[in-house]
Write a protein that binds this ligand. Sequence first.
Ligand SMILES: [Fe+2]
Length: 193
Amino acid sequence: MKEKAGKIVFYYFLSYLFSPSIFLFMAIEHMPLKEQKFRTSIDIPEKTRHEIISILNSDLAGSSDLYSQTKQAHWNVKGENFFQLHELFDDLADEVEDAIDKIAERVTALGGYAMGTVRMAAETSYIPEYDCHSSKGTDHVKMLAERYAVYAKRVREMIDTTAELGDISTSDLYTEISRMTDKALWFLEAHFQ
Ligand SMILES: [Fe+2]
């Protein structure tokens, strides 16, 4: 690891001294994939693309976490409304899974590396940890509603943030996910309204 970091610094130093791009290329070659940015002809400035990739990767983690928590509820719910809730949670998880794929593919379309493993998600997710002390249907619905609300707020904020950064396509993706999330929240909260 140290040897690898040393090589990156060494090649960066050479590229700084002599400025040929071959040294810069060699420095990038030694970087872990997740830190690399790939070349693309998409006409969004590089700095903006990097900012958007980082935002999207954060939401890839949040979405993966929300997906696994929804499945957790789907598998473990018990009680009189078992089947109805078991089915509902599975439908909600399917929608989030669709969002995960779209977010990850937007990262790669923008020349980034999608940080999509479960461990990567666990390191950076902003969704609160799931409470596994109850199997009652109403508790699962409440816990999920709280977590979908956190996700819905974040996704809505990113509609404006990515539009302000000049990436209307990513903003449109967030708008699509926001519609899905609001509907999911309605389906959950209707149990208490
Ligand atoms: Fe299932």
